[in-house]
Design a protein around this ligand. Structure first.
Ligand SMILES: [Cu+2]
Length: 673
């Protein structure tokens, strides 16, 4: 710690010494403006901030927001965890579109299917306070894509980092009064990165047959091409039609954490929006949306020793997912406030076939899920300084496994059900109180339910010999989160900060457990009652000489009340402190990130404890005409460390933890023309 302190002092001295300019800092202004605009429970990340960092995916980029962590299985495709809620407990939407990955082992989480260059902002709403989408039980992450600016525009971004971490992307757009069009392309490629010990993530020591073949150890970690287009037409003064199509082709993506690697993962996304603003005296907006997407995913063990002696592979899994849906929404002026009414629908299909020497099996038995819902949200000012918001939502969800794997359900759960309907209601009440200009007090109570996911109910994977099977539980009930949030936001001239506490009581939380069957054991899911509580602190201090200090902390404590033990996969206390010198032309930042050890683990799942860690990052930025240059080094002291959240990734985990990156350098050039 002493070494860090000395370096921080040294950097600050160096930066103060050079503080001769009085120009306006750019990013800091944005932080303040955004802080004032954001609704209290929401936090927003501008893609410009991501450009400064070596983040490879949305999961990684979002870690700067307190309360967000990510699950790592390889060099890319980190899965977002929000206040310990993960997978189907949170929603992750792209322009309001639901998208689901195909891999039964979440190699391709929702947020994997988009490129940074497509993104404008990512907003995060923590807690069960979103009624406009079904199932935002723990929160919602909304990715918004960029819209073309007036006239011609183009952006080029070239990133190069350690371990041949390359990404090159561009877009070109033209927007007139009536028509607008945007086209973009991106290529991302990397070798397996090196950890703090200097080993590639493919070089883990294991006597296990799961080790990578020698020639694969320094081959691609991934190679991803993404193409996207956006077309808009303003039909009348107040009518707008927008049509987006994107395709992503991800090849050779490695997952040292798992028994297999992805051969390919191909995504098509189509989104159509029609919006009428002020169609009538009392109506502010009418909106209609339709979307469709599909993902095709193939994974094998061909890069591992386990495939030796077989033609190509010993294990393979081919999977497909498709989702389509739509929404109608209207904003209506009432005498005192605005009422939003909406109805939405989606249909999701998911199937996966697994191949082992013992034969093929439908591990994801062609599961259809559909959901129809209706919602209302009403916001009303109650005098000068208090504002109340009320939200309500009703849903009906249906799910059905078309392939018959009921022998496994009967063996472990004594049921042959493969069809279920769930109906439920949810809602929230929130307040915002501004006693003085600088202070906002906010809070609320929300209750939101989500149905069990297709895999939680119907996954069916027979494993050879005495290796535990993996089986869904058709008897699962929907999970309901009843949560209370309270927070304070302070917006002063030199201090801007926010503190939030949450207390969440979950009925029928869906948790992984080991189940003793008649012949051998299986991993499955069960409903438990759980309590989660914690919070986040974020502070920004604006110092003289264009200095800015930023700090954050987040913590969640989680208990399985039914079985009186800690819940598995809960991130430890985490924090970040950064000091930045920022003037119009350039900035320099020094950042420390740390996590406490996690000792609260689930003993029944043999979950490992994880030691604490701390790293330091440096970055610099320079603005030159229309070009932004960013350079930095992450994990300056080359520490070897692992995030706690990487243990229970079944059904194909191999027991290896994937360490985070060691010292790595990067340079990013971004032109806006
Ligand atoms: Cu996969």
């Amino acid at each position: 710690m002493k070494k860090y302190y000395f370096l921080i002092r040294l950097c600050m001295f160096f930066m103060i010494f050079h503080a001769s300019s009085f120009a306006e800092p750019i990013l800091l202004e944005e932080i303040i403006v955004r802080g004032k605009k954001e609704v209290p429970q929401e936090e927003c990340l501008d893609i410009k901030e991501v450009r400064e960092t070596p983040a490879r995916d949305v999961g990684d980029a979002l870690k700067v927001i307190e309360g967000i962590t990510a699950i790592r299985k390889g060099a890319i495709a980190n899965d977002i965890v929000l206040r310990s809620f993960q997978r189907d407990n949170i929603n992750c939407l792209i322009d309001g579109m639901r998208i689901y990955g195909a891999c039964p082992n979440r190699m391709d989480p929702n947020s994997f299917h988009i490129d940074f260059m497509e993104i404008d902002t990512i907003s995060v709403l923590k807690g069960p306070f979103d009624v406009k989408n079904p199932g935002s039980m723990g929160g919602v992450v909304e990715i918004k894509t960029i819209r073309p600016d007036k006239g011609w525009g183009s952006n080029i971004n070239i990133f190069a980092g350690s371990d041949e971490n390359i990404s090159a992307s561009f877009n070109v757009s033209r927007a007139g009064e009536r028509l607008d069009l945007l086209l973009g392309y991106s290529h991302r490629y990397s070798l397996p990165y090196r950890d703090g010990n200097g080993d590639r993530i493919t070089e883990f020591d294991s006597s296990d047959s799961n080790t990578y073949k020698k020639r694969e150890k320094d081959d691609n970690a991934y190679s991803i091409n993404t193409y996207w287009s956006k077309f808009g037409i303003n039909l009348l003064d107040n009518h707008r039609l927008e049509l987006d199509y994107a395709r992503q082709e991800a090849d050779d993506v490695i997952y040292p954490y798992l028994l297999m690697d992805a051969v390919y993962d191909d995504t098509d996304r189509l989104n159509m929006n029609y919006e009428i603003s002020s169609p009538g005296h009392h109506i502010k907006k009418l909106k209609a949306q339709f979307y469709w997407n599909q993902v095709k995913h193939d994974m094998t063990d061909e890069k591992r020793l386990s495939s030796m002696g077989f033609d190509e592979y010993k294990m393979r899994c081919y999977a497909e997912a498709a989702t389509f849906g739509g929404k109608f929404e209207s904003d209506i002026f009432l005498p005192n406030g605005i009422l939003t009414l909406g109805v939405d629908y989606y249909f999701r299909n998911w199937e996966a076939e697994n191949t082992l020497p013992m034969g093929k099996q439908k591990m994801m038995p062609d599961v259809d899920s559909s959901n129809i819902g209706t919602y209302m949200e009403y916001g009303q000012p109650m005098g000068e300084d208090i504002r109340l918001t009320l939200g309500l939502r009703f849903d009906c969800a249906k799910t059905k496994a078309n392939d018959d794997r009921t022998d496994l359900y009967a063996l472990y759960h004594n049921t042959r059900d493969r069809e279920e309907t769930d109906s439920y209601a949810g809602g929230n009440i929130q307040f915002l109180y501004t006693p003085v200009k600088e202070i906002e007090l906010f809070g609320g109570f929300g209750a939101m339910t989500r149905p069990p996911a297709p895999d939680e109910r119907y996954i069916a994977m027979k494993k050879p010999q005495m290796i535990p099977d993996w089986v869904g539980n058709p008897k699962l009930n929907p999970s309901e989160n009843r949560e209370f949030d309270f927070g304070v936001k302070y917006l002063g001239d030199i201090l801007y900060g926010k503190t939030t506490f949450f207390y969440s009581d979950i009925k029928n939380f869906i948790s992984v457990y080991d189940l003793e069957g008649p012949v051998k054991s299986a991993r499955s899911f069960r409903n438990v009652d759980a309590t989660l509580y914690g919070g986040e602190i974020n502070l920004n201090l604006f110092l003289p000489f264009d200095f800015h200090l930023q700090g954050g902390l987040s913590y969640t404590r989680a208990r399985d009340d039914t079985n009186d033990k800690p819940l598995s996969e809960i991130p430890p206390l985490q924090g970040r402190i950064a000091s930045r010198y920022d003037v119009h032309r350039y900035f320099a930042e020094i950042e420390g990130i740390f996590a406490d050890g996690q000792h609260r683990v689930d003993p029944d799942l043999n979950e490992d404890k994880t030691p604490g860690w701390g790293i330091m990052n440096l970055k610099f930025g320079l603005k030159f005409k229309k070009m932004n240059i960013f350079a930095g080094v992450n994990n300056l002291f080359d520490r070897y460390y692992c995030e706690h959240l990487s243990y229970q990734r079944d059904p194909f985990r191999n027991g290896i933890k994937v360490p985070e990156t060691g010292r790595n350098f990067y340079l990013n050039l971004a032109w806006s023309l």
